[in-house]
Design a protein around this ligand. Structure first.
Ligand code: HPA
Length: 291
């Protein structure tokens, strides 16, 4: 297994090798939309038409996930007129991988041709008024992780040394998600996601700090992938499923079971939203077009 994925040490070649392996299994199909599906949200990929499924273990240099509810496989197939590549499961920093390796699969999705990434996660709600099951389109993020996926030498073939993050979550795509949600009668909030290292959930004191910093939802993923996608010039959509109120808001202890239960409860609504977003992205005139 690859212990290190720091730019400048062959990262470009490893991304190319992983993408070449996947491409070789696709019979000429080229995905234009990539999806990274979070805890309990991976079922959407089972609905793809004409699917090709590849276990992460078969892809050179790919990290593997071990968390319950994360399947650890890539599914390429069609939805809403677009060819999509979806990740069922991802690895997290708390598993011990460096951020550059956590974000490696996102680079492979972009290298395969996905110029738009849809990144989903389960998150704790920092707004007391948001009930578990609330969906949130990510407007921006705060990075509280203790590693950065671009730390180390930069490879200019992948992207610039100092990437701009002003539009890390593309404004036109946030508008598209909100339009699709409105058309489907799905309530959706918009807010700031903060990435925390985990694997502990936050303390109530940390929750107060994060609220004061301007965050609306807290989780343990997404930010490394959004950073490398922006580094490579891809556009990102982030959608959080608020699975629980963050620690201390209700006084009740948090559990992973609660997280997956809520994700399962909103599954149909969430998957319908993804169907609509993918179809809207695939439509030729949509927000600059993704397909
Ligand atoms: N905190 C961090 N990550 C999470 C949470 C939370 O409350 N819920 C789901 N993922």
């Amino acid at each position: 297994m690859t212990a290190n994925a720091t730019p400048g040490d062959g990262l470009y070649e490893r991304v190319a090798a992983a993408a070449a392996h996947v491409r070789g299994r696709l019979g000429g199909r080229a995905p234009t939309i990539g999806l990274i599906l979070g805890s309990g949200l991976g079922g959407w990929a089972d609905r793809l038409g004409d699917p090709v499924t590849i276990d992460y273990g078969e892809i050179p240099h790919f990290p593997r996930s071990h968390v319950e509810g994360h399947k650890g496989r890539l599914v390429v197939g069609t939805s809403g007129g677009a060819t999509c590549v979806a990740m069922q499961g991802r690895v997290h920093l708390y598993e011990g991988h460096p951020a550059a390796l956590v974000a490696f699969p996102a680079r492979v999705l972009v290298a395969l041709g996905a110029r738009t990434l849809i990144i989903t996660n389960a998150a704790g709600g920092l707004r007391p008024e948001w009930a578990p099951g609330t969906l949130m389109v990510i407007r921006d993020h705060l990075d509280m992780l203790r590693d950065h996926p671009l730390r180390g030498p930069n490879d200019d073939r992948l992207g610039p040394r100092f990437p701009d993050m002003t539009r890390a979550y593309a404004p036109e795509l946030r508008a598209l998600v909100k339009d699709v949600a409105a058309a489907r009668g799905v309530a959706i909030q918009e807010g700031v996601y903060v990435a925390m290292p985990g694997p502990t959930y936050e303390t109530p004191a940390e929750v107060k700090m994060l609220q004061g910093m301007g965050a609306d939802a807290t989780g343990m993923s997404t930010v490394p992938e959004v950073i490398v996608a922006n580094h490579m010039g891809a556009r990102c959509i982030g959608i959080s499923c608020i699975t629980n109120k963050a620690a201390g808001i209700t006084g009740e202890p948090l559990s992973h079971a609660e997280v997956t239960e809520t994700a399962t409860r909103v599954r149909a609504e969430f998957e319908g939203l993804l169907d609509g977003v993918v179809a809207a992205l695939a439509a030729p005139a949509a927000a600059g077009g993704a397909a």
